[in-house]
Write a protein that binds this ligand. Sequence first.
Ligand code: 6GU
Length: 277
Amino acid sequence: MRIDIISIFPQYLEPLNLSLIGKAQSSGRVDIAVHDLRAQTTDRHNTVDDSPYGGGPGMVMLAQPWLDALENVVEQSPKISTRPRLVVPTPSGRVFTQAIAGELAQEEHLIFACGRYEGIDERFFQQAVQGGQGVNANVNANVTVDVDRISIGDFVLAGGEVAALVIIEALTRVIPGVLGNDESVTDDSFAPGAMQYLVEGPIYTKPATWQGHDVPEVLVSGDHAAIARWRRDQSLLRTIAVRPDLIQGSSAEQFDDHDLQVLASAGWTFSQGRWVH
Ligand code: 6GU
């Protein structure tokens, strides 16, 4: 997968060279390039923003440098057959989930537009979706992308860079081959499938007794079925405690009979198409 990131603070994206994503780059599973939006400006002050039409606080990013940057990125990136997806981190996007991470992980080419200030002039997106001849005389690429506005939660950041890091880390670890075989992503919290509406429960490592606290007996029993069942029970109980909204958004079909017993023992029963608790 190719990932291009456009930002006025390229250094914000340096952590992408570390750890899991750094390794995914070295192994060729992802190819990441960061581009400085200011490189597109032609005036003496490298202007990227101006005051909003209609008034109001803050500044709005100019459409032109963004279109020029997008054209350059599409022009420079290795030939890719599919239409790139332009991911725009913004609090006014759809809320990011593990399912969306899986969806993005299937794309061949993602371009992240990390805005700052109040955001980017809307006409940049209109133009990016529509395509047509670019105004940049040197490049004149015919750029069309799918625009995907994504929020990482109900709070406001100072810019899209940190959100792009979050989204890229989540999608990279679900690209096949990025994690080892023994680090299955299907058991993760929110993983599509059996864990979709659940968070993981507690985990333990050595020593078996630490500061007077014992590891739960079942985990040292060697009984794999009992361990799997215990973990699932813990997951159900923790989800009820910290994320009842996840259970509320699920239906009884997500759960087996034993799950439903555990939920019932915690006061949650599914009746006439909804959860009662
Ligand atoms: Cl994706 N960007 C910004 N700037 N703020 C956010 C966000 C994204 N998600 C939540 N707040």
